[in-house]
Design a protein around this ligand. Structure first.
Ligand code: 8Z2
Ligand code: FAD
Length: 647
């Protein structure tokens, strides 16, 4: 019935203060109040209606997204939420609070602006950022090409310096050099940060960033030499098709020399290449920034799916009725708990490790200003590794939440198919997850190899300094509750990671050609990198479900024995029993509106069945009792069958 809270009995079981947990989840009372205010404004604004997306064609879907993004920006200004008034969160996130579907603004604010902030000189920032902040230009991040995405050093677009005119000539020499994938590029962006090979006097200086105008600010037509369009439909129906991922080719397009982003390297008027003594990888800085943002994104996406699956698992009853009584809530089945509660814990874990990663990123950014590059490798390894770990776990977790909701999880009205379709490219964009884990593996192998030179590992590899101890380590767990001691869990995860890293390093040393060895052992190296990244999350939060899932590693590396493994599993079951009465309250703490969740199964009031039934009739297929096509195709069939039957 309307207005009844069908989950009140669950909420009354909570053993903690949900309002306090809402502040913890939001990060601060200020952040909570802002996000709460925005989400309620959005839910009550008809422009942000999203229950019609599944029925729209691509062009209407896209136009609708433009309308929403424009309205969102207008509201951000009206509510004085823009950066000038509230530095609480970069615009990208405030706008995404309004338009929670992929839109060009993600890339304008999420990549184009950060690229200029991170790689532009002060003069270039003074010129371009005010235009970008006021959205008088709209930008995208054009790095990936048809032929290369992971291998940035393999990009083929060229930027050739012409000393006669003091310009760069941007050109696409091959079909595979076509820029391909950049979000916002296909139909909206007026400018791009384009990554191209810098060529001076025939010499190739590698990949650098260039600001290039793509379209006229008068009639939005592509400028001379620019061919540009959308790359076509992507996975899912609505999903990422609200975004104009584009294709772009250059036919000798000229830009002024001062549009090469020159914070890291410069080209003088005479055509001299100047590379100040900073790591060339600073040109990758925008990717590092977004990877750390993607970890926070993972906690949001996973928590949305977990919220839906938890509330529905508390509403759904199946089997177990005695003498006509109520059937059992599926959330009471241990199998449902063993699949759902680790994801509930993961959402919180990723939320907290995302906060830590933001601290790490901010710290390395401050250090870079002082030309202190000492923590750059750690920042790269952590952002790459945690982006990979959290996006893989989240994509798998959203799919698991769909399955936890049975058949109804497969309905668009559950919100889960759309959430999955929008989320899964996160395992690929901003760096393919395997490619990034291999970067982590390189960092770990390098750390282990430097131990013998007395190099003291720092940061997240500091545990490697205790290698001898960790190689001798065997857990002294005797009873299940021993696994509740954080240091007991931490030592097991440290020992597992250390042993897997050392095993890889030892196997690598058998190869005369280190690179050949690295390729041969790549699969083992990826597993060692996963073990290291899970340790980072564990040392910030949770663990036992991971230990149970990866029990093979822990036993094969000798860190624990089978008995201790089964004690960990016993303790896990005990923890599930402790989580059970708090499950609905823990997902209420995310403070998501029904509008934001977009899920009938995840409704706050748990009033699922009447709303599911009501929603079905809205489908356009139900506009007519007899469906289009019946008279042309099916009726003749039936009549023919009827005739055959009478013969
Ligand atoms: C609001 C938000 C909305 C967010 C909204 C998000 C929407 C989605 C938008 C998506 C956008 C995109 O996908 S944008 C495109 C994303 N593309 C990618 O991520 C490409 C992934 N590939 C790469 O990053 C690179 O190719 C990589 C794999 C690292 C290899 O690079 P290289 O070949 O240049 O380097 P290597 O030879 O491997 O390593 C040389 C050394 O450089 C170091 N190194 C490598 N990368 C480094 C880095 N980034 N920072 C520091 N150091 C680095 C290595 O550790 C080595 O150190 P030593 O060992 O000490 O020498
Ligand atoms: C939705 C979406 C949005 C995007 N937005 C943008 C954007 O705004 N701007 C932009 O510039 N790009 C964007 N991209 C492109 C994205 O960054 C690339 O697709 C991504 O970096 C992966 O590169 P790739 O496509 O070349 O994959 P590939 O590297 O070709 O991957 C194919 C397979 O090869 C494997 N592989 C590759 N190299 C190695 C190796 N050395 N060792 C082992 N295995 C390897 C990978 O693991 C993978 O299994 C977007 C992509 C998507 C899907």
């Amino acid at each position: 019935m309307e207005g009844v809270d069908h989950l009140a009995f669950e909420r009354n079981k909570a053993q903690f203060d949900v309002d306090e947990m809402k502040i913890v989840w939001a990060g601060s009372r200020e952040d909570f109040e802002l996000s709460d205010r925005i989400s309620r404004l959005v839910a009550s604004d008809p422009v942000f209606r999203k229950d019609d997306r599944a029925a729209l064609g691509r062009k209407e879907l896209f136009k609708n997204t433009l309308r929403k993004a424009a309205h969102a920006w207008k509201r951000v200004i009206e509510l004085r939420l823009s950066g000038e008034f509230s530095a609480l969160e970069p615009e990208a996130y405030k706008l995404r609070a309004f338009v929670d579907q992929p839109a060009f603004t993600d890339l304008h604010w999420g990549m184009f602006v950060p690229a200029i902030q991170g790689q532009g000189t002060d003069e270039q920032q003074q010129k371009w950022l005010p235009l970008a902040y006021r959205m008088q230009i709209i930008g995208c991040y054009a790095q990936t090409e048809l032929g290369h995405g992971s291998n940035v050093q393999g990009l083929e677009t060229t930027a050739t310096f012409d000393p006669k005119t003091d310009e760069f000539v941007i050109h696409s020499p091959t079909l595979t050099s076509s820029k391909w994938w950049p979000g916002g590029l296909g139909k909206v962006s007026t400018h791009a940060v384009v990554y191209a090979r810098l060529i001076i006097d025939g010499q190739d200086y590698g990949v650098h960033g260039f600001i290039v105008q793509l379209r006229s600010l008068d009639d939005h037509l592509p400028l001379p030499g620019i061919t540009i369009g959308d790359i076509g439909m992507k996975f899912g129906n609505a999903a990422y098709n609200t975004m104009d991922n584009g294709v772009l080719t250059f036919d000798h397009v000229r830009i002024p020399r001062n549009q090469m982003l020159m914070r890291v390297s410069q080209v003088t008027r005479e055509g001299k290449y100047v590379h100040s003594n900073v790591p060339r990888q600073l040109v990758y800085g925008t990717m590092v920034y977004v990877r750390q943002k993607i970890v926070a994104d993972a906690s949001v996406a996973l928590s949305r799916a977990v919220c839906i699956a938890t509330r529905y698992s508390a509403v759904r009853r199946q089997f177990g009725s005695h003498n006509g009584g109520l059937e059992t809530q599926v959330i009471d089945y241990k199998t449902q708990q063993s699949r759902l509660f680790p994801l509930l814990a993961s959402a919180y874990a990723f939320r907290f490790v995302g906060e830590w990663l933001l601290w790490l990123y901010t710290d390395v950014t401050e250090r870079l200003k002082a030309k202190d590059f000492s923590t750059l490798p750690e920042a790269h390894a952590c952002t790459a590794g945690l982006k990979s770990l959290t996006t893989t776990a989240t994509a798998d977790g959203i799919e698991e939440c769909r399955k936890l909701c049975g058949g109804h999880g497969y309905l668009c009205s559950s919100g889960l198919p759309e959430l999955f379709a929008v989320y899964v490219p996160a395992c690929t964009y901003e760096g393919d997850n395997i490619v990034l884990l291999l970067q982590v593996a390189r960092h770990l192998v390098k750390t282990v190899s430097q131990l013998s030179t007395g190099n003291k590992p720092v940061g997240t590899t500091a545990y490697m300094a205790r290698l001898e101890q960790l190689l001798q380590y065997h857990s002294d767990v005797k009873k299940a509750e021993d696994w509740l001691k954080p240091n007991v869990v931490l030592e097991a995860f440290e020992a597992r990671a250390a042993r897997m890293c050392v095993a890889c390093a030892q196997n690598l040393s058998k190869f005369s050609n280190p690179e050949e060895g690295f390729q041969e052992l790549a699969a083992d190296l990826v597993e060692a990198a996963v073990a290291h990244c899970q340790l980072i999350v564990v040392s910030n939060v949770y663990a036992l479900s991971l230990l149970h899932k990866h029990l093979g590693d822990f036993i094969s590396t000798g860190c624990i024995d089978p008995k201790q493994g089964s004690l960990a599993n016993e303790q896990l079951r005990n923890l599930y029993s402790q989580v059970r009465p708090n499950a609905v309250a823990l997902v209420d703490a995310y403070n998501y509106t029904d509008h934001y969740l977009g899920s009938i199964l995840g409704r706050y009031d748990g009033n699922v069945y009447p709303k599911l039934y009501e929603e079905a009739w809205k489908d356009p297929l139900n506009d007519s009792i007899v469906p289009d096509g019946f008279k042309e195709y099916i009726q003749p069939l039936l009549k023919q069958q009827l005739r055959n039957a009478r013969l």
